[in-house]
Design a protein around this ligand. Sequence first.
Ligand SMILES: [Zn+2]
Length: 194
Amino acid sequence: MPPWVPEIETKPAPTPLLLVQSFVNTYEADTDIDLLADPQTARRWLRSCGLLDRSAELAAPQLLQIREVREAIRALLQANAGRPGPTRAQQRVLASVADHAVMRLSIDRKALRLDITPASAQPTDTMIMRLLLIIRDAQHDGTWPRLKACSNTECQWAYYDRSHAQKGKWCDMSTCGNRLKNRTLRARHRPSAG
Ligand SMILES: [Zn+2]
């Protein structure tokens, strides 16, 4: 696995969707660790995965936008898991970049392949567009619906559902699935008041 993939990743998506998954998983609810919490830490992660150029800077307002995009994408993964998707505000976060996106169509003369690349002067916009283009491609090749957010609302870890029926609900059945099952059982067996 590339170094920018969390070590605890047990259900990785295929590349390049793995980048979107790892971007969402820069926040881990269990430990409350956020790799995009401050510019210095964020720069390190975003550079290591190639989303941010070495020369590009990153200030607090841009980082706020990037975190908002992350949560909007997580909401898309909740929709993939059969739960309510992005709120209107989250849809606006994605649309605000998509609506003003400048793209360039290029041709690789050796491989004879056409490619769409973001051509914005803003490094943050370029970064977000790259992620949105990966999502778009995944929606076309059929891998997108398998990338989901864990159904445990306190977890919401992004995982890739490789199961045949695509009915997976948990990032990891042995932790989240059982944890939630036990809680439901306890609630059911709790003696009623009075
Ligand atoms: Zn989970």
